[in-house]
Structure formats: C-alpha cells, structure tokens
Design a protein. Structure first.
Ligand code: HEM
Length: 309
C-alpha cells in the first residue's frame, strides 16, 4: 500500500470536491464500529442523505436562528460571568467542552445534568479519550475502556428513547421527539439503532473539535498580545470558503459547520471583549492524532471591566 500526504489547499479542495467521482474516502472498520456509523463510507446513498436531512432540522439555519443562537448566547454569557466573577482557574478545553455539550445535550435530549444519575459527559470523555487506540478488546486496554464508555452512554440513550416512544411529548419537543415522530412514520428509513447512533455522534461532535479550536486560539492570543489588541479593535476579516477546509468539503462538508462557527464566534467575542485571562499552567500541545493538551490548559479568567456581560 502506498500513501501520499497533501498539505496543499488547492489539491485538498479538489480531492474533497471529487469525492465519489475520482476519489473515495473511507473510515477504518474499527472507527465505524466504535461510532456505529455503518453508512458513513457511502455518502451518496439515500439513507445517508436522509440522515443528513434530519440533522439539518436541528443544526440548520432555521433552528439556529430560532433557538440555538439565543440559547448558546445566554449560556456563554452565564458561564463567562461565573468564571470571571470568581476569578476561577479553569481548564479551558474541559470547561468549553462542558459548556457546548450542555447546550447541545439540552437541545437534543433535554438533558439536565442536575437531575440525572448518570454523568453522560464523563462517559463520552472516556469514550473519546481512547477512541484512537489499538483495537484490542480486552479488559484493561484503552480500546476496551472506550467501548465501555460507549455502552454506558448508549444504554442511557436507549432508556430515554423507549420512555419517549411509550409516552411521546406534545409540547416543548426536542430532537429526540423529532426522531420518535420519524420512527413512527410508515416506511421510515430510520431505525431505532440509527436514531441512537445519530444522537451519540452529535453529542460527541458537539464539543470535541470546537473546544480544541477555541483553546488553541486562546493559546495563540496569549502568546501574541498584539493580535489580541487588533482583534478587539478591528472587525473580523473575511475568510473564503477554501480557507475553511477544516470543515471538510464536497458531499462530506461538516453538517455542524454553521452552528460551530456561530458558537465559536459568540464565545470568542464575549471572551476577548469582556474578559481578560492569565495563563496558569499547561498549554503544551500534542497531536495523537487529534490535537490534545496533555497537561491541560489552565487559565485564570477575570472581568475586563467592573461591569461584566
Ligand atoms: C471546529 C469544529 C468542527 C470541525 C473542525 C468539524 C470538522 C468536520 C469535518 C472535517 C467533517 C468531515 C468528516 C469526513 O470527511 O468524513 C465533519 C463532519 C461532521 N460534523 Fe463536524 N466539525 C466541527 C464541529 C461540529 C459540530 C459542533 C457538530 C454537531 C454538533 C458537527 C457534526 C458533524 C457531523 C454529524 C458530521 C458528519 C457529516 C456527514 O457524514 O455527512 N461538527 N466535521
């Protein structure tokens, strides 16, 4: 087998655009098993398109404007207020993960961490921390830990789904209700299994990449105060679509891209304009293969002015 690695923007854009024509991307078998994404390698099939159309109902522009934008804005301001009022020392990536997860988990399954016995976030983190491990499923191995984390989360989701199927809600419907409605339709392409996997993937996606990106941006801003000064003074520069290849491209373009750009923009806006921060410890980066802060990235958050947010 031969490998080629490309860091060329134009070439990468071309490859992503040609997915399913000249090129075909694929995920390894273990990755598919861990995420339960049986259809992910075949992006062109009807089921894959159908699942995407369901995700768009929650992450698409309509719901973004109607609900998600306000909820996210409110929650971000609340957290920043809390951190800066207490001048707390926080692990930035962890704290942002929890913040973003809380908003999405509430939107998807009306999850409220204060009223449930299972700390969903904890098990999702167990899952994700070992997801790129050697696929040897034996007690004590990282892969086994990852599978255990997934099992606990999936059991909770299964219970939630069957409760909701028994007694569907009439009002304040969330994404789970939408899936229950889909499941009840005649000749529905959705199965209980794919509904559960969909929620699982969205819960993971809600915090992993965005928390990495914001932590990295904060670290760079800490290292270069001039950019921070420019950022608080100048309007945002306009990035072309090709510069946003981080969200993939072509038929695999990230369905959460607009939502993600929105939440990161809101967070960074309030963070740099209303707060200041001091690096306390950590901040070293490794790629294993995803970007990690092995000793965390601990910062102290303080209000910029006396009157905050
Ligand atoms: C900085 C943040 C993010 C980055 C860099 C990112 C990046 C990506 C990339 C590169 C892909 C394509 C993967 C492939 O080629 O198969 C993707 C797919 C996807 N992303 Fe994101 N993403 C982010 C945030 C999110 C968020 C917040 C959500 C949802 C809450 C999300 C949901 C998804 C889903 C469901 C897919 C699969 C789409 C499909 O198979 O068609 N992403 N993302």
């Amino acid at each position: 087998m031969q490998f080629a690695v490309s860091t060329d923007l134009e070439l990468n854009y071309f490859v992503l655009e040609q997915e399913g024509k000249i090129f075909k991307s694929f995920y390894p078998k273990t990755f598919i098993e861990l995420f339960g994404l049986e259809d992910i390698n075949d992006q062109k099939d009807a089921k894959s398109r159908y699942l995407k159309s369901i995700i768009v109902k929650v992450l698409g522009p309509e719901n973004l404007k109607e609900k998600l934008l306000c909820n996210m804005d409110e929650e971000i301001r609340k957290r920043l207020c809390l951190w800066s009022a207490k001048e707390s020392i926080i692990d930035l990536k962890d704290s942002i993960s929890t913040l973003f997860f809380d908003v999405i988990a509430k939107t998807l399954i009306s999850y409220d961490p204060s009223t449930t016995t299972i700390d969903l976030m904890r098990y999702l983190k167990v899952f994700i921390s070992s997801v790129f491990s050697f696929p040897f499923n034996f007690p004590g191995t990282a892969y086994h830990r990852s599978l255990q984390g997934r099992k606990i989360v999936m059991n909770l989701l299964k219970t939630l789904l069957s409760e909701r199927m028994k007694s569907p809600r009439k009002e304040s419907k969330d994404f789970l209700d939408l899936l229950v409605d889909e499941l009840g339709k005649e000749n529905s392409m959705l199965t209980e299994k794919s509904a559960l996997n969909l929620i699982f993937v969205l819960l993971i996606a809600s915090f992993v990449s965005s928390s990495q990106t914001i932590s990295l941006a904060t670290k760079f801003l800490s290292e270069d105060p001039k950019i921070l000064k420019d950022l608080t003074g100048k309007p945002e520069s306009n990035c072309g679509e090709k510069n946003y290849l981080v969200f993939g491209g072509g038929i695999r373009y990230c369905v959460g891209a607009e939502f993600s750009k929105m939440e990161m923009a809101i967070f960074l806006h309030y963070f740099v304009t209303k707060c200041k921060w001091k690096d306390v410890k950590g901040g070293n980066i490794v790629c294993s293969p995803s970007l990690e802060f092995p000793d965390g990235y601990h910062i102290q958050v303080m209000p910029k002015n006396v009157r905050v947010l």
